[in-house]
Design a protein around this ligand. Structure first.
Ligand SMILES: *Cc1c(COP(=O)(O)O)cnc(C)c1O
Length: 399
């Protein structure tokens, strides 16, 4: 199924599909033979405005001719502007910029420990996270990831991490043990199977955090930047987290990550306590600001929600029609269909139809169209998915 080449100059950290992508525009990408693929992965929730979006491209071109890099020892106006934009459109007061989701979560974990120490709780060094979560591949972030496959071979892991059951009310009582500095979670688990946090459970979780001054950190690396139908997913849950991390969609594909916090927490990061060379560099910040500007234009998110509702309806229609689909789940354009087969087989069959999708765990097909997808493109996707499901059903009937 995968292209295997022992003589590759690349380390094989990825099992790559035998597809070469050379060009992209909007919801389509093209291979070396100039054949088009309908891309319902958005580079894993990254190209949320589609490939090579005009407005971001234009701003990046201007910046490319002006200044690429400047040390964080100097004032970087585009970075300040992005911080102002993100804080204006969220409940947070200050931002720290880095280059990836893992780094954003690292920054969040570091500030949580520092905050506890700064407030007279040096014993609070522990973090609670949840089963089936995904938070990144650095030592600290793989340690808080609730999936063994990410951790095997890298032990010993960061000490003090406790992994509880997602959406399990009975586990909430275990959060506060006098040592917990922070709770870290995804509001919709992306890699772990497109699992939505339950509202009531989340509110109880927040109450516990508030009561004991434990930081509530939401990892919106995948759910953020419009993916779930609002700029940030926490808005739909009616909660007020203390810290939020972003990356994937923030730069429309240009690498950038961010950790945002309420002012009293952000105060724990003082000069010299944290940093990174490339964090919020002029090109990255420009990509971020151009992306945010598009997403906060009047009517943009409303349009996304309407299209996403239509998409969900169509997926639910297929679920009624084909017994191989067990469940349709997700929020906005972070959608999954749980199937009664290996989801990777479905990904491969769709690739043969020139449609790109992802998995989330063994039995969930993860579908992440760009927010700019058109109704026609949604219809094309649904038609091709239906074709593939018909073939699967016919095979099943013969057996
Ligand atoms: C992708 C992802 C990360 C890691 O981001 P990288 O940029 O790959 O380091 C962290 N958390 C979530 C929820 C993600 O989806």
């Amino acid at each position: 199924m995968f292209k295997e080449n022992d003589r590759s100059a690349l380390m094989s950290t990825y099992a790559r599909f035998p597809i070469t992508i050379l060009k992209g525009k909007g919801t389509y990408v093209w291979n070396e033979k100039n054949e088009a693929y309908l891309d319902f992965t958005s580079g894993i929730a990254t190209c949320n405005l589609g490939h090579v979006p005009d407005q971001v491209t234009q701003k990046l071109h201007q910046q490319l001719d002006t200044l690429w890099h400047c040390s964080n020892l100097y004032d970087i106006p585009s970075q300040t502007k992005l911080a102002e934009g993100l804080t204006q459109h969220s409940i947070f007061n200050q931002a720290f910029f880095c280059n990836s989701g893992a780094e954003a979560n690292e920054a969040a974990l570091k500030i949580a420990r520092k905050y506890a120490k700064d407030h007279g709780h040096p014993e609070r060094t522990s973090v609670v996270s949840f089963k089936n979560s995904f938070h990144g591949r650095t030592y600290a972030t793989l340690s808080v990831t609730g999936q063994e496959k990410v951790q095997i071979g890298y032990e010993p892991l960061m000490p003090g991490v406790r992994s509880l059951l997602f959406n399990e009310v009975a586990d909430l009582g275990k959060i506060h043990n006098g040592k917990t500095a922070a709770v870290l979670l995804e509001l919709v688990q992306g890699e772990g199977g497109v699992n939505l946090a339950q509202k009531e459970w989340l509110h109880s979780l927040q109450d516990i955090c508030n009561k004991h001054d434990i930081l509530l950190i939401v990892d919106e690396v995948q759910t953020g930047m419009g993916r779930t139908g609002t700029l940030f997913a926490y808005e739909q849950y009616g909660i007020e987290p203390d810290v939020m991390t972003l990356a994937k969609g923030l730069g429309s594909g240009f690498p950038i990550g961010a950790m945002l916090a309420k002012k009293y927490i952000a105060a724990s990061f003082t000069p010299g306590t944290h940093g990174t060379t490339f964090g919020g560099n002029p090109l990255a910040a420009t990509a971020g600001m151009a992306t945010l500007t598009e997403m906060t234009k009047p009517g943009f998110m409303k349009d996304v929600r309407q299209k996403a509702a239509y998409f969900k309806e169509q997926l639910e229609r297929l679920a009624r029609q084909f017994s191989v689909i067990k469940k349709v789940k997700g929020l906005g354009f972070l959608m999954g269909i749980e199937v009664d087969m290996e989801a990777i087989k479905l990904v491969t069959l769709l690739q043969e139809q020139h449609v790109l999708t992802l998995t989330a765990g063994q039995q969930v097909l993860r579908i992440l169209p760009p927010l700019t997808v058109t109704i026609e493109e949604i219809n094309e996707f649904i038609q091709k998915l239906e074709n593939v499901l018909l073939v699967i059903q016919e095979k099943d009937d013969l057996e």
